[in-house]
Write a protein that binds this ligand. Structure first.
Ligand code: FES
Length: 111
């Protein structure tokens, strides 16, 4: 099973975490199943950006984003070249290192 390493995030996992995740699961579901409360305001239907992550390693093993995901990502807080929507990104064969951005657009709006 590939390993998913989540870099420390102040609220969601202050110490960071490494978890074994099955091939083909969405990164968002993998995080939620392990008790990491990543936001997913649109219930994983690619209609928000709250599940935004940045893939720091292993991105080559992921299926490329489609046009809809790219359009949504353009609205994400802290967009980077390796940004993905975790509900639209499934785990491949390789280990991954991801970062959950400090803010989501929801938090920015709510101040
Ligand atoms: S949960 Fe809304 S796009 Fe992923």
């Amino acid at each position: 099973m590939p390993q998913l390493i989540v870099l420390p995030h102040e609220e969601i996992c202050p110490e960071g975490i490494a978890i074994d995740v099955p091939f083909g699961i969405s990164i968002c579901d993998a995080l939620l199943q392990h008790g990491l409360a990543i936001e997913h305001a649109c219930e994983k239907s690619c209609a928000c950006t709250t599940c935004h992550i940045i893939v720091r390693e292993g991105g080559d093993s992921l299926t490329p984003s489609d046009e809809l995901e790219d359009d949504m990502l353009d609205k994400a807080w802290g967009l980077e070249p390796d940004s993905r929507l975790s509900c639209q990104t499934t785990v491949g064969r390789d280990d991954l290192v991801i970062e959950i951005p400090k803010y989501t657009i929801n938090m920015v709006r709510e101040g």
